[in-house]
Design a binder for this molecule. Sequence first.
Ligand code: URA
Length: 393
Amino acid sequence: AFLMAVYFRGMDDDETLWLTQSMLHSGDVVDLSCIPGIKTDKHSTGGVGDKTTLIIGPIVAACGVPVAKMSGRGLGHTGGTIDKLEAIPGFRTNLTAQEFTENVRDIGLAVAGQTGNLAPADKKFYALRDVTGTIENVSLIAASIMSKKLACGTDAIVLDVKTGSGAFMKTVEQAKALAGKMVEIGRGAGKRVTALITEMDRPLGLAIGNALEVMEAIKVLKGQGPEDLKEVSIELAANMLMLGGKGDLEHCRKLALQAVSNGSAFNKFTQMILRQGGDPAVAEDPSRLPWAPVQAEWRAEKAGYIQSMQAEKLGAASLALGAGRKTKSDSIDPAAGIVLVKTTGDRVEAGEPLAVLHTSDKTRVDAAIEILRDSLLVSDEPAEQRPLILGFV
Ligand code: URA
């Protein structure tokens, strides 16, 4: 009855904050007070090809602002940071609360799965929302996300609210409404919070799938990699640095770029891998990551300009190749996924490769290509692209 009442009547900002705080205090709250400085966290509402945490965490930590990040696993067409990190041989994401805190204290960076019993009331609410058709309420979504973020105990949070076909929030207006609610909750709880609204009609970068995304993140940390991924990563990192007290946004953008160009972010990534039990040689030699035995090309049927390659469908095709899970208990193939050769806005000729599909099971290729075909719109006119950063709260 409560959920239905909220769904139909909405909640004001105070009510939303009170619900968040009740859920937050229903379980453990991580205590990071023993670590000096402004501890930062970042949260993405989920997208396709979104490997920004692997890039931003090391950049921000290399600039001297501690990053304490608890992440989730992928479900459906969206990936999860924990699955990506676990593609690195030996990498442990199941840190104890003590290990998590010690790593943040000692090297300024930890990325782990949820430790302890964080916001258990949210899990019960979420299950009830699922069966009562009340998931899609902006206050309930904001309270759910923020109760878990606040339980992680950081002082500052940068929210990346994705919008478009591959995102939970399909329109910019919906994304802004969610961002506004989450920022209000964070401020009401005494935290420093900003939110960026970012593009997710198209995937971020060219790689989709766990090991493939780690490889692409390493490229960006080495100063290479796709421009869109670089731009969004630097913008998010700069916001974290700003909240972490490193100066205005313009200055923080420069700091983030410097951390990449002088190699300190790359070194920090290697340090994190070592500290969490992974093979640090992966950073220098990504061929040590899992590599799928089957690679198949998807080729263009006609010439033209790519108007769209819908992110949601690309995520679904990657899932069909084995990179994701349909239900929580499914296992995943860390090597599976897609590397785009062409992306939205590009010109393509008939017969040219659009993407390379990676999988351990060649019987999955046809079904994935079927989904990919459906994702693609090619026409004679050059495509208009909207900016990657669509708003700021
Ligand atoms: N993610 C969450 O954690 N909660 C929601 O309600 C929706 C997305």
